[in-house]
Design a protein around this ligand. Structure first.
Ligand code: KG4
Ligand code: ZN
Length: 339
């Protein structure tokens, strides 16, 4: 069999992305961020789908050009079917149907959350995880510990019961007056702050589930009280506040990941999703190698937040299984598994 060339398309939220994959090697990965949402402090669904419509053709064109392949060489299209914003998903799925008809090539459906995990199988200099492994999937909408036994044999063994880790970062940033999405700004500020300056209580949630609403509320009340006493409190303590909140969010994540590794006996540990770009979380995962004897797998920075390279690699494994989608499919907004 010839090595397939797959065009991946991602449009589930506010990034329009296209990538070209040759086997497990990425030839191009183009991402158009939608800056329009920044002034609203969050993603506005209607504006997101309109921006996808504007971006999708130039982004795909650029991905093909950068990869140095011709359209005729593309074997299949991998597309995010869900979960995500329905209007955004519709732009990508409808466009892929048109391409599939025009170019006479099949469509491979990809689940966005599985794709974040499968990004670990993109050929890079780092070693790939061995099955079974545990993957901490942390994004703006989801927080899960997934036991991955094979490419598409995944079991969620822990999940958030309220907010996602990314939301905890974004809400903290909003209170501190930082732009949206706030995770990267907290990360940057935290580097110059004292992570022990402020203490917030760890939630007590049984099993492997997470909760972030408690620290969000304590942070909100704490800030309200401090600002009453000193209206310049944020300006004076911004870096320490960012560092302290980042520390507790990482502690919540790591506590359950360590527990999951102990309970399952699995020491191959991976992290995926936008929050896996966080330098503190990446460092904590690497520390796990010496502290707990883990083999930690951390994705390259460019494959952490939403991108089409991860969609293309997930599509590649679907292609090997010959799992093609009939053209009358519709996208799904909600996760196939809860949270
Ligand atoms: O996976 P992703 O790009 O989109 C979703 O599928 O949700 O994740 C976006 C989330 C946002 O909440 C963003 O603030 C967070 O990832 N994020 C970070 C960092 N970079 C992105 N959070 C903490 N530190 C970062 N460096
Ligand atoms: Zn994502």
């Amino acid at each position: 069999m010839n090595i397939p060339i797959i065009l991946g398309i991602e449009s589930s939220c506010d990034d329009t992305s296209a990538a070209i994959l040759h086997g497990q090697k990425i030839l191009s990965n183009v991402i158009a961020n939608q800056e329009i949402h920044q002034k609203y402090g969050g993603v506005v669904p209607e504006l997101a789908s309109r921006a996808h419509q504007q971006n999708i053709i130039p982004v795909i064109d650029q991905a093909i050009q950068q990869a140095g392949v011709s359209k005729r060489e593309i074997t299949a299209i991998a597309i995010t079917r869900g979960p995500g914003l329905l209007g955004s998903l519709l732009v990508g799925t409808s466009f892929s149907k048109g391409l599939s008809l025009g170019w006479k090539i099949p469509i491979l459906e990809v689940d966005h959350l599985q794709a974040h995990i499968l990004a670990h199988f993109i050929e890079t200099s780092a070693s790939m995880p061995q099955f079974p492994f545990l993957c901490l999937t942390v994004s703006g909408g989801h927080t899960q510990i997934v036991k991955v036994s094979d490419y598409f044999d995944m079991e969620i063994i822990g999940k958030t019961i309220d907010d996602a880790a990314g939301e905890a970062f974004d809400k903290t940033a909003k209170i501190l007056g930082l732009p949206y999405p706030g995770g990267p700004f907290i990360d940057k500020l935290a580097k110059t702050g004292n992570a022990k300056a402020f203490q917030f209580p760890l939630p007590r949630i049984s099993g492997l589930d997470f909760s972030f609403s408690g620290i969000k509320t304590s942070f909100l009340y704490f800030m309200r009280d401090q600002l009453r006493k000193d209206s310049a409190f944020i300006e004076k303590n911004k870096a320490d506040l960012a560092a302290s909140m980042q520390r507790i969010i990482i502690e919540i994540l790591m506590q359950k990941l360590v527990k999951a590794s102990r309970e399952t006996g699995i020491k191959e540990i991976a992290v995926a999703g936008g929050v896996s770009a966080n330098s503190g979380l990446r460092a904590a995962l690497m520390d796990g190698e010496s502290t707990f004897g883990w083999k930690s797998h951390i994705p390259e920075f460019q494959y952490t937040t939403d991108n089409a390279a991860m969609i293309a690699i997930a599509g590649y494994f679907k292609f090997l299984q010959k799992e093609f989608l009939p053209l009358d499919f519709t996208p799904y907004a909600r996760a196939l598994h809860k949270n």
